[in-house]
Write a protein that binds this ligand. Sequence first.
Ligand code: ADP
Ligand code: MG
Length: 635
Amino acid sequence: MPALFQISEPGASHAKEACTTAAVGIDLGTTNSLVGIVLGDGKPRALAVDEGSTLLPSVVHYGEGGGPGSVVVGRAARRLAADFPRDTIVSVKRFMGRSSADPETKRLSPYRFAEGASGVVRFVVDGGRIVNPVEVSAEILRALRTRAEERLGIKVHQAVITVPAYFDDAQRQATKEAGRLAGLEVLRLLNEPTAAALAYGLDKRSRGMFAVYDLGGGTFDISILQLQEGVFEVKAVGGDSALGGDDFDRALAEILLQGREHTPRLVREAIDAAKQAKEELTRAEVTEAFGKRVTRPQLEEAIRPLIEKTGLAVRRALKDVGQKVDGVILVGGSTRVPAVRRYVAELFGMEPLADIDPDEVVALGAAVQANLLTAESPQHDVLLLDVAPLSLGLETMGGLVEKLILRNTTIPANATQEFTTFADAQTGMDIHVVQGERELVKDCRSLAKFTLSGIPPLPAGFARVAVTFQVDADGILSVTAKEQLTGVSQSITVKPSHGLTDEEIERMLLASIEHAEEDVQARLLIDNRVEAQRIVKAVEKQVENNGDLLEPHEREEIENAVADLKGAVAGSDHHKIKSEIERLDKVSADFAKRVMDRGIERALKGHAVDEFDKGELSPHAQKAYSALQDTEDPA
Ligand code: ADP
Ligand code: MG
């Protein structure tokens, strides 16, 4: 029995070192980052890591202020930002996993970017030094790690790091890479809203629908999670990547600046004063800023339109889910603002959960998860099985992998895709299930094989076989193949077993990054070869059966094009194959049309369908991603 779809095995390898090292939870935030840990009493807490505060501003300063070659992180870096704006990277999270071509990157920048072909964003800092977002994030993580170690007096080697629920694969990959650069073994990436739900112990309930309303410094995120038997599934996400507490600061600064000059320096000072006043007004009714008396109602009036903007995204997300929620969790420093709380209560028609500090709740949830993952006997097995660690797919013609369930998909999950036959009258298909990120079957891990037989004999490309992958909450994968016309079906269950270690998963992921370019080239070559073989086969058959429709010079032209295409297929230049396919397509287009017309004529006269050679001359038009291997070619 080959094996297996396996989600990392927590506990097994990590438990023994628990006394001398610790696993922490890290909230790597846009504005602030935190580190949390579960200590002996079983409760998570956030560690003071920056001048007595649990919040480490996500700011990294390179060079000048701290001396050439130096790196300063946190509050000290933030103080240097005004004088060295280009050497001080703030909100680096916005750049994670983005390419330099991304318009978003250009929009957000006082920075100098290095030119380069690689497509990765790179900042030029400290008189010529080049750093990328992963390296900048790693500095934040390293600061959190070493400061936590100082606090705890033990080594910190492992961490659960949180990411926004909407982070894509590249962004997650970049975050994980940053952890590794910072000397951390990343036990898992955890969605921020899921972390918040864990901090509230919601996983101990049996089921429910929960909204997580996260208003931070520069971003607003709304996520709707469904809890079912201990598994959180992200049902909807939404938000505004340019809305947060910083906008509150600017709105209040406008009031402070009324009747005053708007020089850059004054504006900056007003914004700093506004931020402080805003935070004070969460507790007090009145405060002073910039030589002015400011009241809470004044602040509330200034920020009301901003708060109401969040309602739009919330309603949309609720509509997507189409269900009422059972609870709302507040996350992010800006949800401390009383007006925000009132608005959320009104919007959802219920009091939000807010007992846990909204700044810390994500880090605390990550700490809970880290603790579970490293415990001697994890009790929440199911909870741990929240994402597929590697993609799952099928072998298609030419040894290529077609992925059905992508890595990091929340489980339970299922996906269905239709496949078709490659050869005429093909009655069987080999279904080969593989796991991994690479493009070629030979570079992935083989999980299972089975054969679907009893497909009715039809022309190539006509049978429709729906293959469904289903991963249940326990991580068990079942694969079903069903021929749509006759309903004949076949399925197999792949039980999870201890097949892959974290290291193996890691290695497979790294290999997929390393070989990305080469894989794409290989895929293109195989795709084009398969396509070429199909068109050659089809054209030759038509010439044989309907050659009488061709003028001699047409026949010669087609035969030349076929010969050239065959020549190209023997080589390894996919561009060449593609252009020869196009040429053959073009020179045979008229002929194809004549064959079609004849077919229709015959059909109208009552000939059987199988005599009717479907116009296969333009396989481009054939949408179905075709063709598993032929197991029972009757020919
Ligand atoms: P992020 O998730 O983007 O890293 P945070 O959750 O740390 O951000 O939120 C930072 C924001 O919270 C800042 O705009 C800050 O001014 C705001 N904030 C923090 N404390 C308070 C408070 N007491 N009252 C109002 N706003 C606050
Ligand atoms: Mg946050």
